[in-house]
Design a protein around this ligand. Structure first.
Ligand code: HEC
Length: 152
């Protein structure tokens, strides 16, 4: 996982995707897909943490790994000119481009929290012990949504 973190740090530094220069439309579809897949995994995990769903350690561990991997991919979807005012069907506020340092900081925080959380899950901690790291990760999602994701 360290590998991903390094790749992402380089990526954020250069603000361009590693594999290819993304077409703006593809980039929007990509980031929405990544976040949807993230929510797909993160939602049930939250329900388990809160006791609304029985805790399944194996499913939970799988979810934590997936969220960490998806988090490492998310930066690639944020290329120039893909905000709301650019005419895309998106909830991305245009400020992301003018506040890149801050936006990238929130992104890096999420990636680090997801890594840390996945590591703790891998250590075999139980639901109670995982609660703080889960909360930290969820908070990192919210920090960015509050500032850069427009309401539905
Ligand atoms: C650095 C900013 C940032 C962080 C961190 C972040 N998000 Fe998002 N998220 C966004 C933006 C911006 C959108 C809207 C994307 C769009 O519409 O193009 C979004 C959209 C979403 C969506 C809706 C996807 C869709 O199109 O249906 C979900 C679900 C989501 N995020 C979950 C999460 C979760 C879970 C985390 C934390 C583990 C997280 N996000 C962290 C910025 C962020």
């Amino acid at each position: 996982m360290k590998k991903y973190l390094l790749a992402v740090t380089l990526l954020l530094g250069s603000a361009s995707p590693l594999l290819h220069a993304a077409d703006p439309e593809d980039a929007v579809a990509f980031r929405q897909g990544v976040f949807r897949a993230m929510g797909w995994n993160f939602g049930p995990m939250g329900a388990m943490i809160q006791g609304r769903k029985p805790f399944d350690a194996e499913a939970f561990a799988q979810g934590a790994e997936r969220v960490a991997l998806l988090a490492s991919m998310a930066p690639e979807g944020f290329v120039e000119g893909t905000g709301i005012q650019d005419g895309f069907d998106t909830r991305l506020r245009d400020e992301y481009w003018y506040q890149q340092d801050h936006f990238n900081k929130l992104m890096t925080q999420m990636i680090e929290k997801a890594e840390d959380f996945s590591r703790q899950v891998g250590e075999g901690k139980d639901r109670e012990a995982l609660r703080p790291a889960f909360g930290q990760l969820a908070k990192s999602c919210k920090s960015c949504h509050d500032e850069y994701r427009a309401r539905d």
